[in-house]
Each structure stands twice: as structure tokens, then as C-alpha cells.
Write a protein that binds this ligand. Structure first.
Ligand code: FAD
Length: 507
């Protein structure tokens, strides 16, 4: 089934217990802040209902029914490449964070791990996961993945925690029809706009913690679940927010992460995908990480395209695009962006096949290389773009200054760059960089007391080149170092010592 956007919105008016800024929210689709989170999540339904994107976002299940492509199990490199294309398309659109992105990764991790358990233990978990997959295909529900526990004292295992034993989600009772779970998950993305969650452990568990080795699927309006959103950092809707925070104002994901509290929630057995088989808890966590890094690398690719694009625009707008040090920086940014993208793609092309099954997942080394490459170099990339942009990324005036007729002429006149570029374009690009990188202190560190280039000028002009040259000349045996104050007075090694090793010639 493919739901319409209206059907999706209607399904969120489900009586869930959700709080934002300390207040219970009756209808997430009507709440002034959360509705923007929902707007973002609704993009998954926009794409499946848009004729242009249908062929990418919709596939057919084994029964020939049209379903969201992300609910189909990846069985070949092409399936992973398709997921990649979906994630990239959503991110490049600007708003889409992919409502389903964490949930479907939890689903596929559960499927592969269930197969391993069934083969080793003779259990029947694959049937349950596949039945749940069919349920998602038939209902087209929004699904998230809740892995990260609140954890308490990080140095202690779950059952050794001292204040209480609920820092990791656990089974507190096993009943005929199902289990009762308690605990809390933290930072869970897209929660306000989701219908269901797959809940998994965030670490390997030992035998003494087998009650914490639990995986299940649950509707977010289930009795006993409380959702608490993170602090939204967005301003009010409208032109001002769009001008000052062009990314945050439209994506709304700054209020999407929630704490999910489970106070004795009942989960029927058919929704339980792991319960006490502690040796497999690690498999769920690791497999989730492998699947989810593919999504992450797509997000990173689009973020780098944006950052590199800002660098290129600002180089042009500031009139510095032909300088060699600027071109060096832009070339590095392009190389970094393309490397993350292509290694992510390689992880699909050279995917790994799960033994004794028809399932595949991204190449473990390649996908982790792409993620690491991104994370390890991101601060360097921001540094370069902040450097190209100038200190104004920290000190730029706001929309209100722009629209005030008393101040606008000054902004128009003095904050322009290259003559052919409207001042407004320059300011909008700088606001975008500010929003993307939240840079006041970072930019202050780079541009405060002068830009990097200014220090390089001083360094080049002020460096003691005579000393460095003397060092090299002396070592190379080239005359011209003898008068230099540091190297000149030093003994002429090795000639100063070498004669000591030869006995004086006999007369
Ligand atoms: C914006 C955002 C969105 C997210 N979305 C999701 C989501 O949708 N679903 C989900 O499940 N999770 C989500 N996460 C959670 C994310 O995966 C975690 O933040 C991350 O795994 C780190 O866990 P933590 O925040 O609990 O930090 P901690 O685990 O507390 O880490 C803090 C520090 O302690 C160290 N540390 C912790 N334990 C140990 C130990 N035993 N030994 C040595 N060092 C240790 C860590 O290495 C780190 O340096 C999201 C997080 C963010 C910020």
C-alpha cells in the first residue's frame, strides 16, 4: 500500500503521549514547532505520490503489490544502490531526512540477525521479522529505529548499574502472550512523525545481562510510552526564519529527536525479534551500524556538496576565485566530497553477501572508510570554507537589519562583494554557511585577530629565511652559511671531529 500525505497525517493523530518544551502536545500535526518536523517526515509520502519519483521510491513485493522501496529487502548490489539513490534524493531536496531511514536499517539488521539465530538455535525469528515487514508494506507506516539507551554510568554493565536497573531497555516480565519492557532510549530521530519504532540494544550483552538482549517493534501510541522532544532551536515560521536560518527553518529536524520512555509496555510475541539470546545482541547492533552508515554517507555526501558549493560561491562573490590558495582549497573540498561519495557507492557495488541467505549488506570496510573519511575531515573542510568566506560568517547582520529601511542601504552598500553579484545573494549564502556550521566560536578562532592568510603573510615576511637556508646549505656542503648567526658559529661537523680518528702521520 502507498498512503497519501493526508492518510499519513491522519495516522499521527493517535493519542500518543508526547511533550514539547514541557507541554503535552494534543496533535503533533497542528503544533507550531512539531508540525515542521512532520512536514519533513511527510517527504517520504510526497515522493511516493509524485509521478516523477514513483519508480525510484516504489517497488513491488513478492505478491506484486506496490510498496515503499525501503520496505523491500536488499538482495543485490542494485538494491543497495537504489536505497542510496533514495537517501541522496531526499537529502538533496533539502528537507527530507527520510522518516524511514533508521527504522528500515533496524528492520534489515533484524532480518539478517534473525536468520543467524534461526540457523544456530532453531528458532523462528525470520518468520516474525518477515511478517512484520509485510505489515509495514501493507500499512505504509512511518518507522524509526531506537537503539541508543540512556546508559547511566557508562563504566558499568546494565545489570550492575547502581541507581536502578532500567538504564538500558530490558524485559521485566515474560507472559503467555508477550513481554513487558521498561527503560528509555535517547536521541531517537524523527520520532514525532513516526508511527512505529523498532527497538534494539546499543551494545553487546553478556549472559548476566540477557534481559537487556531484546529487540521488538512497537507502535508509538502504545500504553506506557512517553515521548519527550529535544529543545527546538528554530525560530517562528516565516521569511525571517528562512533568511536567517535557511536550513533549520525548512528541515525542522532540530526538534525531531526524542527521548522514548517505556514504562512497562506490553509487546506481543509476534513483535519480539530477540528475547534473551544475549550472544546475538552484538549482531543486531553491528548489523544496524553497517546498514545505517549507508544512509549516513548519503547524508554526508549531500552535506559536503552543499559545503563545497558554498565555498565555491563565496570565492566568486568575494572576488578571490582565481587566487591559487583559494583554488587549492576548493580542489581539496571537491576531492573530499567525491571521495566520500564514491567510496559509499563502492560499498554497495562490492556488497557483502550473508551466508546461507539471499541477503546483502554494504561492504563493511568501504562503508566505514567513507564514514570515517567524512567525520575525520569535516572540521578541516569547515575551516577551509570559513576561511574563504571571511569573518562575516560570525558577525553577519540579521534579516531584521536587512528589512529595516534605516539600515538596509548600509548593508546593500557596504556588504557587497563582486560588482556583478547582488549583495542579497552574498548575504544569503553567508547565512546558509552560518546555519550549516553554527560557527561563531569556530570562525572567531580562525578569523579573530586576522585571517589565516594574514598570518601566513606575516609568517612569510617575518620568517628567518637566512637561518633556514644556512641550515640547508651547511648540511649540503654549499658555502654561504658561515656568517649566519645561528649556524655560522657552530663547529663544522664532521670535519671538526673526523681528524681525531686518524692517527697523525709519522714524519
Ligand atoms: C542528532 C542525533 C540523532 C540521533 N539519532 C539516533 C536514532 O535515530 N536512533 C538511535 O538509536 N540513536 C540515535 N542517536 C544516538 C547516537 O547514536 C549516540 O549519540 C552515539 O551512539 C553516542 O552515544 P551517547 O550519546 O549515549 O554518548 P556516550 O555513549 O555517553 O558517549 C560519550 C563518551 O563516552 C565514551 N564512552 C561511553 N561508554 C564508554 C565505555 N563503555 N568505554 C569507553 N568509553 C565510553 C564515548 O566513546 C564518548 O567519548 C542520535 C544522536 C544524535 C546526536
Amino acid at each position: 500500500m502507498i498512503r497519501s500525505i493526508e492518510q499519513y497525517l491522519e495516522s499521527l493523530r493517535d493519542g500518543r503521549v508526547i511533550y514539547c518544551l514541557g507541554e503535552r502536545v494534543a496533535d503533533v500535526t497542528a503544533h507550531p514547532i512539531l508540525k515542521r518536523v512532520i512536514q519533513n517526515s511527510a517527504m517520504d509520502y510526497y515522493f511516493t505520490n509524485d509521478p516523477v519519483y514513483r519508480s525510484l521510491f516504489i517497488g513491488k513485493n513478492e505478491e506484486g503489490e506496490e510498496v515503499h522501496s525501503l520496505f523491500l529487502p536488499p538482495k543485490r548490489a542494485e538494491d543497495l544502490l537504489r536505497r542510496r539513490e533514495i537517501f541522496l534524493t531526499s537529502w538533496r531536496t533539502g528537507g527530507g531526512t527520510n522518516l524511514h531511514c533508521v527504522g528500515v536499517d533496524a528492520l534489515e539488521a533484524s532480518r539478517v540477525a534473525a536468520g543467524r539465530m534461526d540457523r544456530r538455535l532453531g528458532t523462528h525469528y525470520v518468520e516474525r521479522v518477515e511478517a512484520y515487514r509485510r505489515y509495514l508494506q501493507k500499512t505504509d507506516l512511518g518507522i524509526i529505529g531506537a537503539m541508543t539507551d540512556v546508559k547511566g554510568d557508562r563504566s558499568l554493565r546494565p545489570s550492575k548499574q547502581q541507581k536502578h536497573k532500567d538504564y538500558y531497555v530490558r524485559v521485566v516480565d515474560r507472559q503467555k502472550d508477550g513481554i513487558i519492557v521498561r527503560g528509555a532510549k535517547m536521541h531517537i530521530s524523527s520520532t514525532p512523525g513516526a508511527n512505529e519504532a523498532i527497538v534494539m540494544p546499543c551494545r553487546a550483552h553478556g549472559e548476566e545481562d540477557k534481559d537487556y538482549a531484546v529487540v521488538f517493534a512497537v507502535p508509538l501510541n502504545a500504553k506506557g510510552i512517553t515521548l519527550i522532544t529535544m529543545e527546538p532551536t528554530m525560530r517562528e515560521e516565516g521569511e525571517e526564519a528562512l533568511w536567517d536560518y535557511p536550513l533549520s527553518a525548512v528541515s525542522g529536524h532540530l526538534a525531531s529527536e526524542c527521548m522514548i520512555v517505556f514504562e512497562d509496555v506490553f509487546i506481543p510475541w509476534e513483535r519480539v525479534f530477540l528475547c534473551g539470546e544475549w550472544e546475538f545482541s552484538r549482531d543486531f547492533t553491528y548489523l544496524f551500524a553497517i546498514f545505517h552508515r549507508l544512509f549516513g554517507v548519503c547524508r554526508m555526501t549531500s552535506e559536503l556538496e552543499l559545503l563545497t558549493g558554498i565555498g565555491a560561491l563565496m570565492a566568486e562573490y568575494n572576488g578571490i576565485e582565481t587566487y591559487s590558495h583559494i583554488r587549492d582549497k576548493l580542489a581539496w573540498l571537491a576531492m573530499y566530497t567525491e571521495a566520500v561519495d564514491i567510496i559509499g557507492k563502492a560499498s554497495c557495488l562490492y556488497c557483502e553477501k550473508e551466508p546461507d541467505s539471499d541477503l546483502v549488506y554494504p561492504n563493511i570496510v568501504y562503508i566505514n572508510t567513507a564514514k570515517y573519511l567524512f567525520a575525520d575531515n569535516y572540521h578541516q573542510a569547515m575551516k577551509l570554507v570559513h576561511d574563504i568566506c571571511g569573518g562575516i560568517v560570525a558577525t553577519i547582520p540579521t534579516y531584521r537589519d536587512w528589512v529595516n529601511p534605516e539600515t538596509r542601504p548600509f548593508l546593500e552598500k557596504y556588504l557587497g562583494g563582486k560588482a556583478s553579484i547582488p549583495t542579497e545573494h552574498r548575504l544569503r549564502t553567508i547565512r546558509l554557511l552560518k546555519d550549516l556550521t553554527h560557527p561563531h566560536f569556530q570562525v572567531g578562532s580562525i578569523h579573530g585577530e586576522g585571517s589565516l592568510a594574514a598570518q601566513r603573510m606575516f609568517l612569510y615576511a617575518g620568517a628567518n629565511w637566512e637561518k633556514y637556508r644556512a641550515a640547508a646549505k651547511k648540511a649540503a656542503g654549499i658555502p654561504g652559511w658561515e656568517e649566519e648567526p645561528t649556524y655560522g658559529p657552530l663547529p663544522d661537523y664532521p670535519s671538526c671531529i673526523v681528524h681525531q680518528f686518524h692517527p697523525p702521520e709519522k714524519s
